[in-house]
Design a protein around this ligand. Structure first.
Ligand code: AMP
Ligand code: FES
Ligand code: ZN
Ligand code: ZN
Length: 318
């Protein structure tokens, strides 16, 4: 295989695009494409301040790297989840997953002279994610739902408190296609209406953007390696067996026989949604949001938001 741009030996073959590139052209192509997506979906401009949620994984570190290379004003946010010490919930997680991802993220920031905000959930709320999950009795023995809830709540709170214009996450095409697959299997209209590369700012909610949503996971792995970015290889020890993983495997099987199917699935969805072909845009739930009595973030139920209810169940003052 030869590089489409220079004819040298290609190092990344993208069957779905019928294109192969050498290393040098590949690490130029990724930011060029990202810039296209940022403009196409009107994510943010160079005058705005972006907060990149960085987990220490290949996607979010690459995202930070790309935005900085493109000249965007992007700081990082790392949330310490405390997925380290073995608990009855976390057999086999003695690897110090959170400690290691913190170290990698902090080193990346330092090496590149970037600003990183670090917020530790245990320091903030008294307990790590696995413990919060246990004492709030949410999630049927798996902390992933408490973890997701907490991450969303904290990312939104911090982006707003610190006055950022947009919060960027490293979700890639494989993540987005898997979520879309799940939402479609359940015909979850509310989630389908909200899924997309940009979630606009609303009362109490920061603008959320996913600049990598059109890149395959393997493209992001190739980018991180080609750029020499050190990232945490291990998945979160709780991720194994999650439904999301099953959807990803299923889509990969489809992709193997029909290259490009994942991208088409996601892009056709976005197009259809934009053209109003999927649903009659019903009044969004946001018009019925109320501020949570404790933290002030918007919630659809009157009273406390689900994060504060979770804390209350765990008897943690928020
Ligand atoms: P996940 O939900 O683990 O698939 O992660 C999706 C995205 O959320 C990542 O690409 C990051 O942008 C962000 N993220 C996940 N974990 C963290 C963390 N501990 N701190 C900051 N951002 C995170
Ligand atoms: Fe949150 Fe695994 S449970 S990252
Ligand atoms: Zn080339
Ligand atoms: Zn609340």
């Amino acid at each position: 295989m030869k590089c489409k741009k220079c004819g040298e030996k290609a190092s990344v073959n993208m069957r779905q695009h019928r294109m192969a590139l050498c290393r040098d052209h590949f690490i130029e192509w990724i930011p060029e494409q990202t810039e296209r997506f940022i403009r196409k979906y009107r994510m943010f401009t160079r005058d705005e301040r972006i907060l990149v949620a960085v987990s220490g994984g290949k996607d979010s570190l690459s995202l930070w790297d790309i935005l900085v290379r493109l000249g965007y004003n992007a700081d990082g946010l790392y949330l310490g989840l405390g997925i380290d010490a073995p608990t009855s919930l976390s057999a086999g997680s003695e690897i110090g997953y959170s400690e290691e991802s913190h170290r990698i993220t902090a080193e990346f920031a330092q090496k590149n002279g970037l600003k990183l905000h670090v917020v530790d959930i245990e320091k903030e709320y008294g307990h790590s994610i696995p413990v919060l999950s246990q004492i709030s009795h949410r999630g049927f023995g798996k902390p992933c739902s408490v973890c997701g809830l907490t991450k969303r709540h904290e990312m939104n709170r911090i982006a707003r408190d610190l006055g950022y214009d947009a919060l960027a996450t490293g979700h890639n095409l494989d993540d987005e296609a898997a979520v879309l697959f799940g939402n479609t299997l359940n015909w979850d209209a509310d989630y389908l209406l909200r899924q997309g590369p940009v979630l606009p700012e609303a009362e109490g909610l920061a603008r959320k953007v996913k600049p990598l949503c059109r890149f395959y996971e393997r493209e992001m792995t190739a980018y991180a390696i080609a750029r020499g970015i050190e990232y945490i290889y291990d998945e979160c020890p709780f991720a194994e067996g999650a439904t999301q993983v099953f959807y990803k495997e299923t889509l990969n099987r489809l992709e193997n026989t029909r290259p490009g199917v994942k991208l088409t699935f996601y892009l056709r969805f976005l197009e259809a949604k934009q053209n109003g072909e999927l649903f009659v845009e019903k009044e969004t739930a946001q018009t019925h949001l109320h501020p949570c009595e404790k933290c002030g973030q918007p919630t659809s139920a009157p009273g406390l938001c689900s994060f504060c209810r979770m804390l209350e169940k765990a008897s943690v003052p928020s």
